[in-house]
Design a protein around this ligand. Structure first.
Ligand SMILES: [Zn+2]
Length: 126
């Protein structure tokens, strides 16, 4: 049984969902960072792929599944550290995992937000 599963999301396209309970602070998902990009390569990516490029600790990394399907929320339940997603609070089995993309400031980011949170800022900017 995997810890997470990718399936249809109410927020946007596909999302990543917890297959078990996670405790606050627990490691959920280690990113596969084998696809590091130069700034030039990152800028050349088509728009559909660009949304999967994370800019973190000075590196451009093309996110692979399942990490690439973690949706943004203005009220997220995960945070990023050491190229991994950790639980920001206790997460229950079946919850969608979300991350605040504006904490990973990809310089050209300007995406409409559909997270549905009460704290929603409407637009995600780097
Ligand atoms: Zn939002």
């Amino acid at each position: 049984m995997p810890d997470v599963i990718v399936k249809e999301s109410k927020i946007n396209g596909k999302g990543v969902f917890a297959c078990r309970d996670f405790k606050k602070g627990e490691l959920i998902l280690k990113w596969d960072i084998s696809h590091e990009l130069s700034e030039e390569e990152a800028n050349k990516m088509p728009d559909e792929e660009k949304r999967y490029v994370a800019f973190w600790e000075g590196k451009y990394v093309l996110q692979l599944p399942p990490a690439r399907f973690v949706n943004h929320s203005c009220d997220p339940n995960t945070f990023v550290k050491d190229f991994s997603d950790f639980a920001l609070r206790n997460i229950k089995e079946g919850e969608e995992l979300t991350s605040d993309y504006s904490k990973e400031p990809e310089p050209n980011m300007n995406m409409k937000c559909n997270c549905g949170s009460e704290k929603c800022r409407g637009v995600i900017r780097g």
